[in-house]
Write a protein that binds this ligand. Structure first.
Ligand SMILES: Cc1ncc(C[n+]2csc(CCOP(=O)(O)OP(=O)(O)O)c2C)c(N)n1
Length: 158
């Protein structure tokens, strides 16, 4: 991966930090958000990769969690931190794990990856006379067919 040179940007930030040091209100025992980020900054080291949300700034939210997951895959050796609001986190939280969701909601669930296990697990799902989440992992090479073009229908010829 190409190493980008952020030194002049970092220098400018350092200058701004000395002319406009961060100040914030404190609330007794409660944790001010700025303080949480300050402590993270003190502990994390310079080479970490941080993704953030924008919350009430009203740009599209939901990017920073999948971005952080993508970075952990691209750079497995890096420390990656997603700084997220609860609302933004919820937008793409399903990226974390479908089955964990089921556990959190107290729904019985199973994940099946092998063809030999499929029949029994579908039968188990059908025999469970309550909510049941079955996560069938299929090869990523399979596509949705037939593809229906935007504004088109099944009868259209491609
Ligand atoms: C894709 C998308 N959907 C909906 C919104 C509307 N929206 C703006 S802020 C927000 C909630 C953000 O919540 P949180 O991340 O907890 O930030 P905070 O409210 O603490 O700033 C929503 C849903 C948006 N900006 N983008």
């Amino acid at each position: 991966m190409k190493n980008l040179d952020f030194s002049s940007w970092r220098k400018e930030l350092d200058e701004r930090k000395s002319t406009h040091p961060l100040t914030f209100k404190t609330f007794g025992d409660a944790i001010p958000p700025q303080y949480a980020i300050q402590v993270l900054d003190e502990l994390i080291g310079r080479n970490a990769i941080i993704s953030t949300e924008i919350g009430q700034h009203h740009i599209a939210i939901g990017f920073s969690l999948p971005a952080a997951i993508g970075v952990t895959i691209a750079r497995p050796e890096a420390i990656v931190v997603d700084i997220d609001g609860d609302g933004s986190f919820m937008i793409n939280v399903q990226e974390l794990a479908t089955i964990k969701f089921a556990e959190a909601c107290d729904i019985p669930a199973a994940r099946v990856t092998k063809i030999g296990d499929l029949r029994a697990v579908i039968q188990k799902m059908l025999d469970t006379l309550a909510l049941y989440l079955l996560d069938v992992i299929v090869p990523h090479q399979e596509h949705v067919l037939p593809i229906i073009p935007v504004g088109g229908g099944f009868r259209m010829k491609h």
